[in-house]
Design a protein around this ligand. Structure first.
Ligand SMILES: Cc1cc2nc3c(=O)[nH]c(=O)nc-3n(C[C@H](O)[C@H](O)[C@H](O)COP(=O)(O)OP(=O)(O)OC[C@H]3O[C@@H](n4cnc5c(N)ncnc54)[C@H](O)[C@@H]3O)c2cc1C
Length: 285
């Protein structure tokens, strides 16, 4: 289908983009890589009257070392994230998971900020940023504010972004010594969305799993942490038995959707199995 007609602007600065969004009101929308928005426009599931293209705003692109964290610009593409040496060194889970997003063509255009702002619980990166304790940096007419990943994803395709606000970047704490990670994704066909995904981080110390963080993809209307599994494994010996005990409660508190790719019970099963695999790899068991 052909999208409904819309006005299009491509501002060169963030301030200009924020002004254009404010002028457009409820009928204006940001477009970044267009990999999620364009299909919605073509299906006429979205019909904004103004598109504000942030593709020419250089300050939204790139990855900077900010001491104990990396600051990743919202318009940084998936391709850039996957190949960036800082991301690989300090936040390897993000590089590993981003490499599973779609195919090379989509990864060259799609952006980290777009994946997060879209708020799709089936997207791989929201659960990863949640597990990494990322903080989202947002700018709008009222100035700049920071939102913890745990507060950013509000409901299905709904985030804490207020009308007129632009996600400018994500602050991702560096993983220090002793941390291991793994993103396990189950999908029916290669280069497809996750039926379920599990982003696991584990810090080993003296033969124990001192701490674990687990984000679940597509196990509810928003990405969620597998808190019961995190608590079960924290402080336990880094053993197959401890991992299995934690994996057995990975789906606790989740509300997985039902769709053509799987029923809720099937997704619960997948979450347990994938958590076992991801945690074992992250903890080096
Ligand atoms: C064939 C195909 C397969 C895919 N497979 C996967 C997959 O396996 N896993 C996965 O996670 N994703 C997948 N995707 C989605 C892909 O990752 C998109 O790149 C991503 O979801 C959106 O990024 P974008 O820059 O293209 O955002 P856009 O499509 O430009 O925007 C998406 C939404 O976010 C808003 N937005 C974008 N940037 C900002 C910003 N900086 N501030 C405020 N709002 C903003 C837009 O207004 C829009 O509502 C797939 C897409 C396609 C086409």
């Amino acid at each position: 289908m052909i999208p409904a007609s819309f006005e299009y602007v491509r501002p060169a600065s963030l301030d200009e983009a924020i002004r254009a969004l404010a002028d457009g009101g409820d009928d204006a929308k940001v477009i970044a890589g267009g990999q999620s928005l364009m299909p919605l426009l073509r299906l006429r599931l979205a019909y904004p009257e103004l598109l504000v293209d942030i593709g020419a705003i250089d300050e939204l692109t790139g990855i900077a070392d900010a001491g104990d964290a990396l600051l990743i610009g919202a318009r940084t593409t998936h391709y850039q994230v996957v190949h960036d040496p800082l991301v690989r060194e300090h936040c390897g889970l993000l590089a590993e998971a981003t490499a599973t997003v779609a195919d090379p063509a989509v990864r060259h255009r799609g952006t980290l900020g777009g994946s997060l702002a879209h708020g799709d619980p089936a997207g791989d990166l929201p659960a990863v940023i949640l597990a990494l304790d990322g903080v989202l940096v947002v700018r709008g007419p009222g100035g700049q504010r920071e939102v913890a990943a745990g507060d950013f994803f509000v409901d299905y395709l709904t985030t804490a972004l207020e009308p007129g606000e632009i996600l400018t970047g994500v602050r991702v704490p560096k993983l220090g010594q002793g941390w291991g990670y793994r993103y396990e994704k189950f999908h029916r066909t290669a280069q497809a969305w996750a039926t379920v995904g599990v982003a696991a981080l584990a810090r080993r110390s003296n033969g124990q799993v001192a701490e674990a963080r687990i984000g679940l993809t597509n196990m509810g209307a928003v990405p969620v942490r597998a808190t019961a599994a995190e608590s079960a494994v924290a402080g336990a010996d880094a053993s197959a038995a401890a991992i299995a005990a934690a994996a057995a409660v990975a789906d606790e508190g989740t509300q997985p959707p039902a769709d053509l790719h799987g029923a809720p019970d099937y997704r619960r099963h997948l979450a347990r199995v994938l958590t076992g695999r991801a945690l074992a790899a992250a903890a080096g068991v």
